[in-house]
Design a protein around this ligand. Structure first.
Ligand SMILES: Nc1ncnc2c1ncn2[C@@H]1O[C@H](COP(=O)(O)OP(=O)(O)OP(=O)(O)O)[C@@H](O)[C@H]1O
Length: 259
């Protein structure tokens, strides 16, 4: 379970916080999308969870571990359990698919084993299982730069799953893909969440896909969650509330009360 309580993020010393006393709980294997205007704080929220961004205050507990208090080897161990899928795939282009996928095991295996590409047998077996599952096993020895966007994102998904994560975070995973490929990746994320009993949190701009492929939609407006419900509850009124306003107009006031 992921439980975020009273999360605040302020970049720099002055100015308005980008995340304003935000609460969010994700239980079980649900697929949750975060929608909202550009600048609403969606990426910041995801990055606070894996501590790529340092929260200013508040609590983020993943399966009983308070992530905001960790440092050093404890932080590295906790990060291993948080899989991340990126908009730009973040693959090492000149390495093969297998090498990219195995980089999800860094931190679990010795540096020497990683450098010499002596991956443990069980890691190779797991990589093939997952690559088969997402349809890229035949590319195991192909360089990443020879793959299409959709194939690269499948590599990104397998790399994240190789971490044996407790949660998968996806930051605009389909924004660089054509509409058909985008739907395939969203379908894959939804199906994998069910098969692996994994919660998935997806930052996404495409509301149609959020409604179709996720179990729950969280709508952010300038640092606050102002909608959190089933996809079918996201009506025009809710959309207007999520996508109206500006950071300036919302400063220091409750955007819901301000309607
Ligand atoms: N490293 C940073 N330093 C300072 N300000 C930042 C930094 N990263 C993000 N911000 C600011 O925080 C706010 C929220 O940005 P964030 O990227 O989290 O929003 P978002 O909802 O993900 O937007 P988008 O949909 O465009 O990616 C924006 O005003 C942005 O300019």
């Amino acid at each position: 379970m992921l439980k975020i309580t009273d999360l605040v993020k302020r970049y720099g010393s002055g100015g308005d916080p980008v995340l304003k006393n935000l609460d969010l709980t994700i239980e079980g294997e649900s697929v949750v999308s975060i929608i909202g205007s550009s600048g609403a704080g969606k990426s910041t929220l995801l990055r606070c969870i894996n501590r790529l961004v340092e929260p200013t205050s508040g609590s983020i507990v993943l399966n009983g571990t308070e992530l905001t208090k960790l440092s050093g080897s404890n932080l590295r161990a906790a990060r291993r359990k948080i899989g991340m899928v990126f908009q730009g795939f973040n693959l090492v282009e000149r390495l093969t698919v297998m090498e990219n996928v195995q980089s999800g095991r860094l931190g679990y295996i010795s540096t020497w084993a990683a450098i010499t590409r002596r991956y443990p047998k069980q890691d190779i077996r797991r990589a093939y299982e997952l690559m088969e599952r997402v349809g890229i096993a035949h590319y195991a020895n192909t360089r990443a730069d020879q793959l299409s966007g959709g194939e690269r994102q499948r590599v990104g998904v397998v790399r994240a799953l190789m971490q044996d994560p407790d949660i998968l975070l996806a930051d605009e995973p389909t924004a660089s893909l054509d509409p058909k490929t985008s739907e395939q990746i969203m379908g894959l994320l939804r199906d994998l969440a069910g098969e692996l009993k994994l919660p998935v949190l997806i930052n996404i701009h495409n509301v149609t896909e959020a409604k179709e492929y996720t179990d729950r939609i969280v709508g952010m407006r300038y640092g606050r969650i102002i909608f959190d419900d089933l996809p079918e509850k996201l009506d025009q009124d809710a959309m207007d509330r999520i996508y109206s306003g500006s950071p300036h107009a919302d400063r220091g006031e409750d955007p819901v009360a301000a309607q």
